[in-house]
Design a protein around this ligand. Sequence first.
Ligand code: ATP
Ligand code: MG
Length: 587
Amino acid sequence: MILRMSSLFLRTLREDPADAEVPSHKLLVRAGYIRRTAPGVYTWLPLGLRVLRKVERIVREEMDAIGAQELVFPAILPREPYEATGRWTEYGPNLFRLKDRKGADMLLGPTHEEMFTLVVKDLYSSYKDLPLSIYQIQNKYRDEARPRAGVLRGREFVMKDSYSFDIDDAGLEASYEAHRGAYIKIFDRLGFDYVIVKAMSGAMGGSRSEEFLAIAGNGEDTFVRSAGGYAANVEAVVVPQSAPVDASAVPAAEVVDTPDTPTIDTLVDALNAKHPRTDGRDWTAADTLKNVLVMLVNPDGTREPLAIGVPGDRAIDEKRLGAQVEPAEVVAFEESDFEKNPALAKGYIGPGVLGSENASKIRYLLDPRIAEGSAWVTGADKTGFHVINLVHGRDFTADGTIQAAEVRDGDDAPDGSGPLESARGIEMGHIFQLGRKYADALDLKVLDQNGKLVTVTMGSYGVGVTRAVAAIAEGNHDEFGLVWPREIAPADVHLVATGKDPELFAKAAEIAAELESRGLTVLYDDREKVSPGVKFKDAELIGVPTIAVVGKGLAEGTIEVKDRRSNTRTDIPVADVVDHLVTTVRN
Ligand code: ATP
Ligand code: MG
């Protein structure tokens, strides 16, 4: 195939688009791959679509290779199935909702667990039909709060989503492993530097869930890993419950006067000045129990306060907290919320009033580091006062624990495999053992070997296809433009003809035709009256990894071949150039 620049539907831009912050977004727009249609909604232009299709092809080949079968659902869906699973409400403002002319509620699919479950229920009825894996590569719609970085986080995006259906847990495990293997192949072929991390399994708990994160400094996800092989999205780190400690020697709790100590730092200073410890060491922030109030807003709009107790030297990590309380959203506990609850002495709040059994009635959850028997300094629920030697289990209790405190570099990995180190990444894929949640909600049962109806167990597996294009661009560019990995570049060779002599163009056209006949896709810059400088700039911007220039060298019988990745140039004799290019591309 030959794409002629003289007629290709393409305009490259010299300036970065005003709304673009990350390199992939700037370059994909400038090089004429995508065009913004609305915030988070993009048009794919011919060059972009070629890259997108190549990514899709890789994904499709690897899904087919594990025996998954492709189908495609509509994007516009009825409300009822999503109502049945609770997601019509849970999705909250992220769901694009619409009404048809008769007033029926519909939605644009954000993900399709419901539809897949129902189609299997519709067509299958026996264990003999299973296992089954089916998938689609299709547009998804999410009214993201913060669409970002072009197609990296869009409101319309292409996802490959697959779902496995098994009769039992062992079957689900096997389907999950097959998908995991396919994903490794996909992300290897896409050329990502990636990690597989433990992910949140959401409301279901317990089941296996992993994410594939492309390592990228400006990624939105933070993950931690240890030298011993632990790797988890920071949201999914489960800090073990600290073992109980002996409190028999801890003196009785005592309320102490600590005026003007609304912060941990001021409290620690005041304690050391006025109430020094008896064991010779100083008080530190780690001796204090900090109680943080937040407000949870449920998808139906109802509000519910939550108090979280953490050691005073640790902050609450908003993302970890957010992942724990999903689908509720976390907002600030406002002054007016304090006013409504007179039991709360702002700056001096303690376990004395927190908890569903106590005066404030506010649900109170503790960081798992707060061991049974451990003693703390914390608020005495009276402005200007704290209480020391308050022992967990002896003097106070809570409603449970929560994984919301920050995870810090150097913390021990939960599995004891060494200290944790953090880095950032972009979530490219997610594999997840759903279990029976959707099958239960939508009543997907089949007959087992004994003729008994059993609920099917499911897995759900997603790859962000449009996001992959952006993430690959993010990891494959230089100061001049994009530099695509060969397998997904929009063309195999970018052939540039420069000069005025018609013979040059005739020779270039001949080479293009020969390359085409050898099965290569050629992006051929056949534009007359466009300066060599402009053509070279465009070639660098567009990012086909191999550029061949039919120009000045032709008089000496050579054609210059540039490798964008290694930045090397070689003069190749005209007679050898087609073979040379074919070999280069095929290697
Ligand atoms: P994120 O945490 O980034 O919002 P998610 O966990 O909501 O993603 P999933 O529901 O697991 O996403 O979707 C599967 C895959 O779809 C993700 O791993 C990601 O690659 C891709 N994806 C999700 N949301 C978007 C989006 N808004 N734009 C582009 N790709 C997306
Ligand atoms: Mg995910």
